[in-house]
Write a protein that binds this ligand. Structure first.
Ligand SMILES: Nc1nc2c(ncn2[C@@H]2O[C@H](COP(=O)(O)OP(=O)(O)OP(=O)(O)O)[C@@H](O)[C@H]2O)c(=O)[nH]1
Ligand SMILES: [Mg+2]
Length: 460
């Protein structure tokens, strides 16, 4: 793989398209300062190639005259985002001036950057590892505080440090095993050194702990969906509104009020949740309602968690029981919200008819009694087995988890065969080290790198 530092100079608009206060054009590479110099006229007659200072005011000019009044920000290698010479030109925020400046730098020796190329350079130049590079995009896309904190801790290198420590122990073990291969007459007991073995055991435990954080990490990043379903008039829209703390959906006493699918995002335990309110499920001849019910069923099938609402102020009908059976057959994580507990008398649910895996929450959408418990139940269903972030860091991506699993398997194999032939052990240890290297970026295949960076935006 070509891991040499790039030699050319790239440019891209780093701010979103459209009108804004400012628009930033970013240049990175060995020619960035000279390119900027060739199009920039300092208002105080300074030469940005040699002048002290980092921020210069002036104008960008082409052969026809002034394009824009700008601030030019110079960051010299290695003290920049990419660890190369970087120039950021702050233009007025319209689309036209910044595009004109971009055209101008591209007509010099810069080329247009590909998505994520600035961050890729920071990685190739060794300023950050792959975990930190990926955390950059997670930071940008974080939808909740918890997701942002996880991304920030990864960007600051917490996970990198943990993996580095793991690697060091593995490399030390490999060195011993290899010396046993090279000097076969030496004592083998050296190889099964109890202290090293104990450290390898610890490392394996640490790996497993990190693997267990992956589910939480994934939920922070990707979020989850919860579909509120049930028979008409049981209070689905009322619960939807209560969870949203906003009168978003229409609520009436007419069964069949909700016809379309409504979706909003709420946050529970730091996880962004797409909550959907659906049309009440019943047999109907109304064409519009039928379409709505079709959408409700699709939401039911696709949801990570089903929230089945029943009205306990009424006797459950055959249709209610049929619906419970139908949802039961889906075998999805389900919470039953028994609504309208403010109304007497309440009809207790026949527990025998309810799947024992289901959690039941007594609520009143009207008085909001039980709402907190309902939210906790959603959090529990989502994060039940998922370990909280440790000071070791948190795994947020599935490829990180998969590599870590491979490393853990290889190490477990080493430990199970401790005392076996050193050639045999070295294979497993190498596999474990390589798998960790795929996470930090040291041994990640080029196509995987390309896929990761291409999911970034241009200019990042
Ligand atoms: N007393 C009481 N009434 C409620 C409660 N929740 C909902 N209601 C009433 O029940 C009726 C139906 O509420 P909706 O939220 O529209 O019910 P829905 O399940 O969305 O109904 P459809 O959209 O028709 O399927 C309304 O008159 C609500 O005010 C509750 O907890 N207590
Ligand atoms: Mg409704």
């Amino acid at each position: 793989m070509d891991r040499r530092s790039p030699k050319d100079t790239i440019a891209a608009i780093a701010t979103p398209p459209g009108e804004g206060g400012i628009g930033i054009l970013r240049l990175s590479g060995p020619d960035s300062i000279s390119i900027a110099h060739s199009i920039f006229t300092s208002s105080r007659g300074r030469d940005i190639r040699t002048a002290r200072g980092r921020v210069f005011h002036g104008e960008i000019r082409d052969a026809h005259g002034t394009i824009d009044e700008v601030l030019v920000h110079i960051m010299r290698a290695p003290h920049s985002y990419t660890a190369e010479d970087v120039v950021e030109i702050n233009c007025h925020g319209g689309a036209a001036p910044i595009r004109a400046v971009l055209e101008l730098v591209l007509s010099r020796s810069a080329r247009l950057a590909t998505p994520g190329e600035f961050t890729k350079r920071a990685f190739l130049n060794g300023r950050i590892d792959l975990i930190q590079a990926e955390a950059v995009i997670d930071r940008i896309r974080a939808q909740t505080d918890a997701a942002l904190r996880a991304a920030s801790s990864a960007a600051e290198g917490v996970l990198s440090k943990s993996l580095h420590e793991i690697s060091e122990v593995l490399i030390e073990a490999l060195a011993r095993v290899e010396s046993a291969i090279d000097f076969p007459d030496d004592d083998l007991p050296e190889l099964v050194d109890a202290a090293l073995r104990a450290r390898l055991d610890q490392v394996l435990a640490k790996m497993r702990e990190l693997i267990d954080t992956a589910e939480r990490g994934r939920l922070y990043r990707e979020g989850a969906s919860v579909a509120i379903v049930g028979r008409p008039n049981v209070g689905k829209s009322s619960l939807f509104n209560a969870l949203l703390r906003d009168a978003r959906a229409i609520v009436t006493s007419v069964p069949g009020t909700t016809r379309d699918l409504l979706e909003e995002v709420i946050t529970i335990d730091g996880v962004p949740i797409r909550l959907s309110d659906t049309a009440g499920l019943r047999a109907t001849d109304d064409e519009v309602e039928q379409i709505g019910i079709g959408r409700a069923r699709a939401a039911l099938l696709n949801a990570d968690i089903v929230m089945l609402v029943v009205d306990v102020s009424e006797e459950l009908t055959t249709e209610d029981h049929e619906l419970i059976r139908e949802v039961n057959e889906l075998r999805r994580p389900t919470i039953v919200a028994t609504n309208k507990i403010d109304l007497a008398p309440q009809r207790p649910l026949n527990r025998e008819k309810i799947n024992h895996d289901w959690e039941t929450c007594q609520v009143s959408a009207k008085t909001e009694k039980g709402l907190k418990e309902l939210e906790s139940a959603i959090g529990r269903k989502l994060l039940g087995g998922a370990q909280t972030a440790t000071d070791q860091g948190i795994i947020t991506r599935m490829h990180q988890r998969d590599s870590l699993r491979r490393a853990a398997e290889a190490l477990a194999h080493t430990l199970a065969n401790y005392g076996a032939s050193p050639e045999f052990l070295s294979i497993d240890l190498r596999d474990a080290i390589d798998a960790i290297g795929e996470i930090t970026g040291e041994t990640t295949p080029e196509d995987v790198l390309d896929r990761i960076f291409s999911s970034f935006c241009i200019g990042k």
